[in-house]
Design a protein around this ligand. Structure first.
Ligand SMILES: [Zn+2]
Length: 120
């Protein structure tokens, strides 16, 4: 089974039982070892957790190496996504309070929706 050590720069300083190694007076806190290939971590959305034991270690790594990470793929211009903004009128209602309770009053409402544009 192949594995990675968690890349969190502070991983080995967290006081958890799962990090304790050694015996007697020679105990240490050790970086978490991450087994590869669990179905959770093979999902593209979560594969960063092949390298980090959790969000804290991931964020510590990003904070420490932010300048280098940004340098890999700097964003020098804004990106844009073509859209259509559609305004639709629809029947809605509000409640007016009266002496006898509330009454439903219909009115013409407007809904604004952002729609994707198919560029294909
Ligand atoms: Zn970690």
């Amino acid at each position: 089974m192949s594995y990675n050590w968690c890349h969190g720069p502070e991983c080995h300083t967290n006081h958890t039982q799962s990090r304790v190694r050694g015996s007697g007076d020679n105990k240490v806190l050790r970086t978490i070892k991450i087994k590869q290939g669990s179905s959770y971590r093979t999902h593209e959305r979560y594969n960063m957790f092949n390298y980090f034991c959790g969000n804290n270690c991931l964020m510590d790594f990003i904070r420490l190496h932010l300048t280098s990470i940004i340098a890999i793929a700097p964003r020098r211009e804004a990106l844009e996504t073509p859209i259509k903004v559609v305004k639709e009128k629809y029947e809605s209602y509000r409640y007016n309070w009266t002496e006898n309770g509330s009454e439903r009053v219909p009115y013409q409402a407007t809904r604004t929706t952002i729609k994707s544009v198919d560029n294909a």
